[in-house]
Each structure stands twice: as structure tokens, then as C-alpha cells.
Design a protein around this ligand. Structure first.
Ligand code: B16
Ligand code: MG
Length: 216
């Protein structure tokens, strides 16, 4: 029996990837090189410091640990300028209804995100109150595909792992869900998310009850 839904943030509930891209591009330009949208795809779901390492490698730039921390903070300040302008209009289609309907049928809800800014984003978009637990980049030490973030989410909700469904837009995120012995709904294309148990284009495409019926 399904008792809980665990949601990734970026790409599932909101589209913050576009803000990350703007801030990382600005940083790359300041360091004398550029990144494009195709490269940005490879950063989805990856932690801030791992993203910076990938970007520096891409630009052929090597920095000390101290410099890396300085630039990661600069990027995050630029990113937060954009996040602080977010409103309820920045939630992806169908999200609020899906969360409310899930709660109304007794499903517990947790966030499982790599972002250290997750609570702020949920608060800005007005959906923080719909969550029973928040597990984000401040609570985990290992990035997806490691299952840590989802295992901690299930634990916080007091629900067995095999009674959880994870909603993810990244291949590594679906891998993390499967490693946690959970069911996974891929949000996006079948080409990328072929490891998911069920695939949909967005939370506006199926109701929580339909998801539960189809995934079991
Ligand atoms: P922050 P998710 C991830 O969010 C993003 O996809 C990824 O691009 C970002 O680097 C990461 O969060 C860390 O974010 O800099 O805010 O701590 O998809 O795991 O919700
Ligand atoms: Mg994501």
C-alpha cells in the first residue's frame, strides 16, 4: 500500500534550472569562458560544489578550495536574487492541486532535493505548508544517485521504503529512488527516464489516485 510521496524540487515542482543556468553562466563568463544549455542539462540534480567542479573542468580552469568556496557563494547570491523574485506563479502546472489531492487521500508528503535553498523556494511559491517533511542539501552528505535523501525522507515520515513513491526529473534521481527500494515516477521523457516505473510529462497529467493505480 502506498503511504507517501517524495518529491524532487527542481524540474518536478518548480523550474529553478533556468535560474541556476543564468547564475552559472554569469560566473563562467566572469571566469573567461561560457556554458550552453546542453551543458547545463548535465548539472540537473547535482549539488552546488559538484556543479562548480564540473563547470570549472568544462572551462579548463583550476582553482584552490578557498577560491571555489568564494565563487560558489557568488553564484548562490546571484541565484538567490532570482529566487527571491519567485511567486506562486512559478510553480509548475498542476503541482498545487496534486499536492492537495494527495493529502486529501491520506498520502504523506516529503521533499527530497539536493538544493540548500529548498525551503526558501517552497516558501516563496506558497507550497511549504503542504509538506510533512523537508529533506534537502542541508541534511544529506551524499548526492543522488545515492539513496540517502529519500531514505531520510521516508524515515522522517515514519513510512516503510516500499510504501513510498518518488517523483523525479533526473536519471540519477530515479536511480536513487530504486536504490532506496521505492517506486519512481519519472517527470519528463521516456528516453531519459527509462529506469522509472511510470513516466508522465508533469503533475498536471495524472491524479494521485491514477498514479497509485498505474504504478502498482
Ligand atoms: P543549491 P533538485 C538541484 O535541485 C538542482 O537540480 C541542481 O542544479 C542544483 O545544483 C542543486 O539542486 C543544488 O542547489 O545550489 O540551491 O543548493 O533537482 O535536487 O531539487
Ligand atoms: Mg530535479
Amino acid at each position: 500500500m502506498i503511504k507517501a510521496f517524495l518529491f524532487d524540487l527542481d524540474g518536478v515542482l518548480v523550474d529553478t534550472a533556468v535560474f541556476h543556468y543564468k547564475a552559472w553562466k554569469r560566473l563562467a563568463n566572469q571566469l573567461g569562458f561560457d556554458i550552453d544549455e546542453e551543458f547545463n542539462e548535465t548539472l540537473k540534480g547535482i549539488s552546488r560544489m559538484d556543479s562548480l567542479d564540473a563547470i570549472l573542468k568544462h572551462g579548463g580552469v583550476s582553482l584552490s578550495q578557498e577560491e571555489k568556496e568564494k565563487y560558489a557563494k557568488i553564484k548562490n547570491d546571484w541565484y538567490l536574487e532570482l529566487v527571491n523574485q519567485m511567486t506562486v506563479n512559478d510553480i509548475l502546472p498542476g503541482v498545487e492541486t496534486f499536492l492537495k489531492e494527495s493529502r486529501s487521500i491520506g498520502i504523506k508528503i516529503a521533499l527530497g532535493s539536493a538544493s540548500k535553498n529548498a525551503s526558501l523556494i517552497l516558501e516563496k511559491t506558497g507550497i511549504l505548508v503542504l509538506f510533512d517533511a523537508i529533506i534537502d542539501g542541508n541534511h544529506v552528505s551524499r548526492s543522488k544517485p545515492d539513496p540517502e535523501v529519500f531514505l531520510k525522507g521516508a524515515e522522517a515520515l515514519g513510512v516503510e521504503n516500499d510504501a513510498c513513491v518518488v517523483f523525479e526529473d533526473a536519471y540519477a534521481g530515479v536511480q536513487a529512488a530504486k536504490a532506496a527500494n521505492m517506486l519512481a515516477v519519472g517527470i519528463g521523457s521516456e528516453e531519459v527516464l527509462h529506469n522509472a516505473d511510470l513516466i508522465t510529462k508533469g503533475l498536471n497529467e495524472m491524479s494521485p489516485s491514477e498514479i497509485i493505480t498505474k504504478i502498482l
